[in-house]
Design a protein around this ligand. Structure first.
Ligand SMILES: [Zn+2]
Length: 190
């Protein structure tokens, strides 16, 4: 699980919450239940155990679909940025609308630019969607765009914070090594 968190920003980690973007295996989905979303929030450091447990109990099937939709919109947006093309407005629009959802109905706390939900609010699917969508909007306005890249092997997104700006892989141990092995095999076969 720790190796899933290579994005350098939770919005990129959310975008990466599938196994592979370039060559999707038959079971590419990481979010198969609200419990998976709770586990992900805990592993991402966005929720504590009690909060993750509250998310896991959300009975709403619609919530699962909505989180997937936020993830896919986030991926579409940051993958475009990584590819140096104009940010598509449809996914950005969806993120803004989900970010607004539920906020008019009740008071929420803030931790800087991020939603800081109180314990009973972790059961509220609209506010959880708002929390996730806000992360992507924050990243959209704050990440250095020239430093957002996609791993050439699995398509996971990351922000390169290295001094030289030469990071190429999501994770050198996983994709970097796989690439080396594949190249070596090609060399041996020729
Ligand atoms: Zn990779």
């Amino acid at each position: 699980m720790a190796e899933h968190f290579v994005g350098g920003h939770p919005a990129l980690d959310l975008s990466n919450a599938v196994f592979d973007r370039r060559n999707p295996p038959p079971h590419n989905e990481l979010f198969n239940s609200p419990r998976d979303i709770g586990t992900w929030l805990l592993a991402a450091g966005l929720a504590d155990e009690g909060e993750a447990g509250a998310v896991a109990e959300i009975p709403d099937r619609h919530f699962l679909n909505e989180v997937r939709e936020i993830r896919e919109s986030s991926y579409a947006l940051f993958n475009a940025i990584a590819s140096n093309v104009e940010a598509p407005s449809q996914p950005l629009g969806l993120l803004f609308s989900r970010a607004a959802c539920g906020l008019e109905a009740q008071q929420v706390g803030w931790d800087g630019t991020r939603l800081d939900l109180s314990s009973h609010q972790w059961k509220n699917p609209a506010l959880l969607s708002a929390l996730l969508a806000h992360l992507s909007i924050e990243a959209f306005f704050t990440l250095p765009r020239a430093r957002v890249h996609a791993c050439p092997r699995c398509g996971w997104l990351f922000v390169d914070t290295s001094r030289g700006g030469k990071r190429r892989w999501c994770n050198m141990r996983i994709c970097g090594n796989r690439e080396k092995i594949a190249r070596h095999r090609g060399y041996m076969a020729s």
